[in-house]
Design a protein around this ligand. Structure first.
Ligand SMILES: [Cu+2]
Length: 500
């Protein structure tokens, strides 16, 4: 048995103890003033001794941290700081968001049913805010509804929330001011059950769903807008989302939480799952209907479970077509072919950015084009055909795009027919150019190891993988993940070679 395996088992034992027995909880109490964290144990799957885990396993929130706590007189004390953050959605696109403790969404909180918790919340935002504990059955003065259950927390101020949690399930915390919700202020709050769920799972993941309207070349979302062009899983957009890597045969739970303006039908390839929980906790087994797509409505959570019995790199994604894209905006397709091609009013107006043009927001100048109006009904209506580019002009324009790509992106040859520009509707997905937009190297990490070369060109928006791997490949990736990035022995990935 390798020493790594020994290490894993030791770590696993510790993780199990923290979350499964009152004894472990009591011993944790004795460690006053010591910060606890589950980090480092997150890679550890449930017991593999022939039977499935009979205890709750820790949740993993890919691409986000977990919030540590300290024990203070029998109370689990957490510290959250609301603050502006720079969140890299994908290499090359950093957004000015508001979040908690350095990220948007904020770090995941995990507690046990029955815990007494104290959450010290500091406001480092330039305006008042208050924190709502979504779905918690707690005293009204702890509910965080600004102005109605408490005074908003002033900039530089602090509010200490404290309550006992008798519930179990997938919950979340968020600012209770609407526009602050839309600029990122969300985090997961998982309550592990006293009585373990049956059947147990080997892996338990959390994915938070958010959406932003950020114009090209801009970094700050327009939270008033209703047409979203950046769609995220845990603050990342494809291909920067970190895949959920599981071992063939694992029973897997994925908990999804949505806070935005849209409902997201989340679809898993290659497997059939059952919905086992909502934002109100575990659902009775009699309600577990099979499916492969679950609608996660605004302000809802949905837990799904399945046995990962089909090997492969399976996509997990929102199935709203516009949520499977990055930088999606009204005229992006035609713009890639001929900058400035008109369609309705300008992109700024189409996305609800008021740019100082005279007139009132809902007047003729803007009205029909605000929000989701992508020019439909606009007084400036124009033919929307993508067609009338001349072939010589297209040939001139297309190669010039390559020079604008970021370093590290893979370039491909054009693989379009000669007459592509004469076909009405072109381009639809060709504007993304598949492998030409690939950036495998820029998003390289252990969890992506061994994916099909060029894969990243086809992953955008709310997309990630559930990678169901054979034990060999699984162990290899986990070993790479356990190494410090600098020490990683990651064999070079194969990249496609064009023109050869
Ligand atoms: Cu969606």
């Amino acid at each position: 048995m390798s020493s790594r395996r020994n290490f894993l088992q030791t770590a696993m034992g510790l993780g199990v103890g923290v979350f499964s027995s009152a004894r472990a909880f009591a011993s944790a109490q004795s460690e006053h003033h010591h910060m606890h964290t589950n980090r480092g144990m997150q890679v550890v799957p449930g017991k593999r001794n022939g039977s499935r885990a009979t205890h709750p396993v820790l949740v993993e929130t890919p691409d986000l941290a977990e919030l540590p706590w300290r024990m203070e007189g029998g109370v689990k004390e957490f510290h959250l700081v609301a603050e502006p953050v720079k969140q890299e959605l994908v290499p090359g696109k950093v957004a000015n968001l508001w979040g908690f403790n350095g990220s948007a969404p904020g770090p995941t909180i995990q507690v046990n049913q029955g815990d007494r918790v104290r959450i010290v919340v500091d406001n480092h935002l330039p305006e008042p805010f208050s924190m709502h504990w979504h779905g918690f059955e707690i005293p009204h003065n702890m509910d965080g509804a600004p102005g109605t259950s408490q005074d908003p927390i002033k900039p530089g101020g602090r509010f200490i929330y404290e309550f006992t949690l008798h519930q179990e399930g997938t919950y979340f915390y968020h600012s209770h001011l609407a526009m602050q919700e839309m600029i990122g202020m969300l985090g997961a709050f998982i309550m592990h059950p006293k009585q373990p769920y049956a059947p147990g799972v080997d892996r338990d993941f959390v994915i938070l769903l958010q959406e932003y309207a950020i114009l090209p070349s801009n970094q700050t979302p327009n939270s008033m807008n209703m047409e979203f062009n950046w769609l995220t899983f845990n603050g990342k957009t494809g291909p920067a989302t970190t895949p959920l890597v599981v071992r063939l045969g694992d029973r897997v739970r994925i908990r999804m939480i949505n806070l935005g303006m849209d409902h997201h039908p989340i679809h898993l390839h290659g497997h059939t799952f059952v919905v086992t929980g909502s934002e109100g906790g575990r659902q009775p087994k009699t309600t577990w209907a099979p499916g492969n797509t679950v609608l996660v409505g605004v302000a809802q959570a949905r837990d799904v479970e399945f046995v990962a019995n089909n090997p492969g790199d399976w996509m997990l994604h929102c199935h709203l077509p516009h949520h499977m894209m990055n930088q999606m905006s009204s005229t992006v397709g035609p713009l890639t072919r001929r900058p400035g091609m008109p369609m309705g009013v300008s992109m700024e107006n189409g996305m609800g950015m008021l740019d100082g043009t005279p007139g009132v927001p809902l007047g003729d100048d803007y009205g029909p084009s605000l929000g989701r109006g992508i020019g439909v009904g606009s007084t400036n209506d124009q033919p929307t055909t993508n067609g009338p580019l001349s072939q010589p002009r297209a040939k001139e324009d297309i190669p010039s795009m390559q020079g604008e790509q970021m370093p590290g992106m893979q370039h491909g040859e054009e693989e379009l027919p000669e007459n592509a520009n004469q076909i009405p509707g072109f381009p639809q997905d060709a504007f993304m150019e598949g492998p030409m937009m690939a950036m495998d190297k820029m998003v390289e990490k252990p969890e992506n190891y061994g994916l099909r070369p060029g894969w990243s060109g086809f992953m955008q928006g709310m997309m990630t993988f559930v990678r169901v791997l054979t034990p060999d490949m699984y162990d290899k990736i986990m070993a790479m993940r356990a190494q410090k990035p600098a020490d990683r022995q990651m064999p070079m990935m194969e990249h496609p070679h064009h023109g050869g």
